[in-house]
Every structure is written in C-alpha cells, then in structure tokens.
Design a protein around this ligand. Structure first.
Ligand code: EPU
Length: 336
C-alpha cells in the first residue's frame, strides 16, 4: 500500500485538470485498505474512490483522501453449461477485461468495448453503450463498507441498477470501496446488433462474431468520441434526460426529427447530444472549454481549461437546452 501527502491529480483525471488532494492512497490488498480506513476512522465523504479518473471533474483541490484500488486479478470463479463467472479486480482497466473475455469467446460485454475507466467503477455508474448495460452482467460486487468497517459481498439485485445509476450513486454514495466485481459471461454468446449503426459496421467487417462486434464498436467509438490523449474529456458529460411521455409527445410536435427511446412506463429518453446540437452548442467553446464537434454530449479541454471553466460551459449548455426545450440536463460525470 502506498500513502502520499498532497498529490497532483492531473495525470489521474482524463479531463487533464490541475488539482491536488490532501492525501493519496493506493493498494491491492483489501484487508490492508480496510485496516487503514478503520484505524484512521475515515468517514464517508472524507474519502473519494478514484478509478481511471474518466468520469470526474475536479473544480478545486480535494481536501480529503483519494483512494485508488489497484487489485488486478482476473480469474474464472465458477461455471455451468452456459455461463462463466469471472472475478475481476477493481483496478483492472475495463477494456483489458473486455478484450480478455472476447479472446476467450465469452460474450456479454463486447458492446462495451473501449469504454475508459476501471472495473471498480462499472457497477457504480452502470456503464452502458450500444444497447448493453453492464448491470445485466454483474453477478456480485465485493467492497469495503467504510461505515461499518467490514468487507461485504453485494448481489446484483441489491445494486439497483438503472440508466447510468446504481445504489452506489444514491443511498450508498461514498460509503463503499469496491475491490472486486464478478461478471457473468455467456459461453454461447447472443450478439447484440440492434443499436443504430452497429449491425452495418459489423457486416462491413465480415461474418458477425464476438471479435468483429468488438472491432466494430471500437471503430464507431474512435470515429465519434475524442481521444483523451489529444483532447482531454470525460466521455458523455450529461445523461440523456428521461422525461414524461406527455412532454416528449409535445416536443415531437414541434421537433418531428427528435430521437426518442422508450424508458419504461410513461417515460421516454431524449438524446442530450441532439438537444445540445439543436440548441446551437455543438462545436462551440468558451475559452479553453469546448463542446465536441462530432458528439455534442462530450465536453473537452482544449488544453488549459480549469475545472471551473468546464463547469461554466456545462451550465451555459444546460441553460441553452432549457431555453429551447424546457428540459434540464443532468451531469453524468461526478463533479468535485
Ligand atoms: N446526436 C446528435 N448530435 C450529437 C450527438 C448525438 O444529433 O452531437 C443524436 C444521434 O444522431 C442519435 C442520438 O443523438 O440519433 C444518440 O446518439 P448516440 O448514438 O451517439 O448516443 P448518445 O445517446 O449520444 C449514449 C451514451 C454514450 C454511448 C452511446 C452509444 C449516455 C449519456 N451516453 O450517447 O456513452 O457510447 O450512447 O451507446 O448515455 C459515456 O457514457 O461516456 C458515453 C460515451
């Protein structure tokens, strides 16, 4: 375990924001981390658990402890005729796990290829893309409960997965340090090609297979989403808003081309990227903070933006969308 005071965070957040924390802890031994948080009597809120730093915006120095789990194992933990359970350390880069699964012919996460971040963040955020959410594949989450000072195992149902949401963002926010996630993968994968554009891209590459789905998703993402190394960003900055169908129908009358997705009874999901583009914000910048020109949901740091500059831009975008559509966007990234 490594403990350091006053650590700069620029290389630990994909927005590339200059910020620092009071203390930095990283380790790959859950018992040691548990001992540390118990001995220090660290309270939820004093600790921020950081994974790949790909979904966070620092708007100031963090006055507490940043803890980065570094468990790196990836091993089969059980299987039956149709499925394999794979127990994975929180510190494994998510896409390394996806590649591992695809190389072994195990299906279920290939549509989530190339999503940045670490395994530990995937159930918190319930990461999703191209018609699949990770919650469908989570069997179990192992974590350190900072409130009770003990290790726990949490089943998928308890995680209360929703669209980019889980109990770890609500009732249990900041309470757990996720150390391992066990995923359920299929031995006989059923390819998921229904999301707009996926089937076409896969078929362009050849006979549909797990490997080609992964390759197609990578190509789609690389085409649309900016590379953090060239244009620092945190993926979608906003969530797609879920609204009452009555409001969605009213909007459709004025904007017949508006994309709309079903989102459970009486609700519909709008495409925030479309709303932002229609509100005239796609490709615009304020100083060093910009709305990406190929995917308006993504805010980028053109080089020297501060966290507050990005936040200011986000607020202007929100206002613009509200003025035109009467819908408030909510951030998807965690703002600290
Ligand atoms: N659209 C526009 N203009 C834009 C962006 C999108 O008109 O600038 C329209 C598209 O034409 C399409 C609709 O909006 O009709 C949806 O666009 P897209 O398929 O690109 O997906 P998204 O809803 O904008 C979500 C996720 C992405 C994920 C993609 C693909 C959220 C917040 N974002 O974006 O996730 O990759 O679907 O499944 O749900 C992320 O979370 O960081 C992320 C990138």
């Amino acid at each position: 375990m490594l403990v350091k005071d006053h650590v700069g965070l620029k290389e630990y957040n994909t927005f590339g924001i200059e910020a620092a924390c009071r203390q930095w802890i990283t380790g790959d031994d859950a018992d040691e981390l548990l001992e540390f948080v118990t001995a220090r009597a660290l309270k939820p809120g004093e600790v921020f658990v950081l994974g790949g730093g790909s979904n966070v915006l620092f708007t100031a120095d963090f006055p507490g402890v940043i803890l980065r789990p570094a468990m790196k194992e990836c091993a089969v933990a059980g299987e039956n005729a149709t499925e394999v359970l794979v127990r994975t350390g929180a510190g494994v880069p998510w896409d390394d796990f996806v590649r591992w699964a695809v190389e072994r012919g195990l299906g279920g996460v290939e549509n989530l290829s190339l999503i940045p971040g670490h395994v530990g963040a995937t159930p918190v955020q319930n990461i999703g893309a191209y018609g699949v959410e990770v919650g469908e594949r989570v069997a179990r989450v192992e974590a350190i409960d900072m409130l009770r000072g003990q290790k726990v195992a949490i089943d998928a149902e308890t995680c209360r997965f929703g669209y980019r949401d889980s109990i770890f963002k609500g009732e249990w926010k900041d309470r757990f340090i996720i150390t391992h996630v066990t995923y359920r993968l299929s031995k006989n994968p059923c390819l998921r090609l229904e999301y707009k554009g996926v089937r076409e891209e896969v078929e362009r590459l050849g006979e549909p297979s797990l490997a080609l789905v992964r390759q197609a998703i990578i190509r789609i993402r690389e085409h649309k989403l900016p590379d953090v190394k060239q244009l620092p960003n945190a993926g979608s900055f906003f969530k797609n808003p879920v609204v009452e169908t009555a409001l969605a129908s009213r909007l459709l009358e004025s904007f017949p081309d508006m994309p709309l997705y079903p989102a459970g009874e009486g609700r519909a999901k709008l495409a925030a990227g479309w709303l932002i583009e229609q509100a005239g914000w796609k490709g615009r910048s304020i100083g060093e903070a910009a709305v990406h020109d190929r995917q308006a949901l993504v805010l980028v740091n053109k080089g020297k933006a501060t966290g507050t500059a990005i936040l200011h831009l986000a607020n202007e975008v929100k206002k613009g969308v509200f003025m035109k559509f009467g819908v408030w966007l909510e951030p998807e990234v965690t703002i600290l």
